[in-house]
Every structure is written in C-alpha cells, then in structure tokens.
Write a protein that binds this ligand. Structure first.
Ligand code: GSH
Length: 213
C-alpha cells in the first residue's frame, strides 16, 4: 500500500516531511488540509490525527504524526541516502539544529498561536512582531551552529534533517518579511538548497493545493 501525506502547501511542518520524502525518493499521495478553513479541526481530519495538526503520514496500517518523528522513521526504514550523519556527536549536532526550529521557533509561531493572540486582542502588527522576533532569536542561535558544522548544507556537504527543518523555516521567515541579512550562513544554505531538485519538488508553490500569488 502507498503512503498518503496530509499536508498544507505553506505550512512548514509538512514541508519538512516533503523534503525528507523527496530526499529518500519515496513516492506518496498528497491529501490537502486547508488550515485557513480549519479543516485540521474537523472530525474527518481528527480521525486521522487527533491532535488536529499537519503533517500526518498514512502508511497503510498506521498513521504517523510529528514531523521529526516521521523523518527519523524515514531514516530508519529507508537508510539511503542518509539524512543523519554516522557519528553520535554529529547526529546530536544535526538534531540540535532541527530542534532549535521545531521546538524553539515554530511552536510559538503556529497558526493556532496566532489565532489565540488575535483572540486576546493583539493586532496584526503585534502578531507580526511576535512572529518575526522568535524567528530572529532562533536564527541567531542557528547561525554559529551552521558556521561551525556546515559545508554547503547545514551540517556537512549533504542534506540532513537539519536542512529539512531549516529550508521551510527560511521560507516562513521570507513570508513574514524577516530581513535575512544578519545570517549569511543560513542564507548560503538556503541558496544551495534552492538549486537542489528535491528541495525544489517539495517547495510550497509546487504543491497541488498551492494558491497562486
Ligand atoms: N510539532 C508538530 C507541529 C505540527 C504543526 O504545528 N503543524 C501546523 C502546520 S506547520 C498545523 O497543522 N497547524 C494547524 C493549527 O495550528 O491549527 C510537528 O512537527 O509535526
């Protein structure tokens, strides 16, 4: 049985998984979840992922959730090409970079957090300031990590789980008009990945539910 990825074109957590699947050369069907309309909270989608968040990856006899856990599962079940380095210390460094994004930036800027801030009376400018601030904080932490470990990609000279997380986060930074000038190492990795066909295939604008600008 084939795989089905529940995804939303602009959302960064499913974008991470799309990059991982593309890097591993794994084919899948695409099931669009409209986050603006609130499809993620509908009973039909809660039956897939009770948490009401994307991504979810239906592998036939089970549905996998949480983008990083899905990427780790992918690495274990499809070892080639590797998206984690071999040495334990190097794997730690890649996971640390991924977690700066997945734990310390993204959860603070999620759709449901923006919705909550709006309900609390924060205006659009305040929410934008909030979003940009957490991205800047996280990128300040990531920049020296990439300077130290990166050789073309965030860690080393081949794509890893760190790039699966970084590229969607840079996409989000551009969407929220964060000026990337202070982080040349992040910009260099982003430019390198933009030339990579697998990263291109996973890009939001290439997804079936993409809304033209
Ligand atoms: N930790 C989760 C985060 C999932 C998540 O927050 N997904 C967002 C899209 S990037 C979502 O579906 N948000 C819907 C909402 O906030 O209502 C993961 O990495 O998979």
């Amino acid at each position: 049985m084939g795989l089905t990825l529940y995804s939303a074109w602009r959302a960064t957590a499913p974008y991470r998984v799309r990059i991982g699947l593309a890097l591993k050369g794994v084919a899948y069907d695409y099931a669009a979840v409209d986050l603006i309309r609130g499809d993620q909270r509908a009973p039909e989608y809660r039956a897939v992922n009770p948490q009401g968040l994307t991504p979810a990856l239906d592998i036939g006899d089970r549905v996998l959730t949480q983008s990083l856990a899905i990427l780790e599962w992918l690495e274990e079940t499809h070892p080639e090409p590797p998206i984690l380095p071999r040495a334990a210390l190097d794997r730690q460094a890649v996971r640390a970079m991924a977690l700066v994004i997945a734990c310390d930036i993204h959860p603070l800027n999620n759709t449901r957090v923006g919705r909550k801030l709006h309900q609390m009376g924060i205006d659009q400018a305040g929410i934008l300031d909030w979003t940009q601030g957490w991205i800047r904080d996280g990128f300040d932490a990531l920049e020296p990590m990439i300077e130290r470990h990166g050789h073309g990609f965030a860690f080393g000279d081949t794509p890893t789980i760190a790039d699966c997380c970084l590229i969607p986060q840079v996409y989000s930074a551009n969407r929220y008009e964060v000026d990337l000038t202070p982080w040349p190492a992040i910009r260099a990795v982003n430019e390198r990945c933009a030339e990579h066909p697998t990263f291109q295939a996973a890009h939001p604008t290439k997804q079936p539910d993409a809304v033209p600008a």
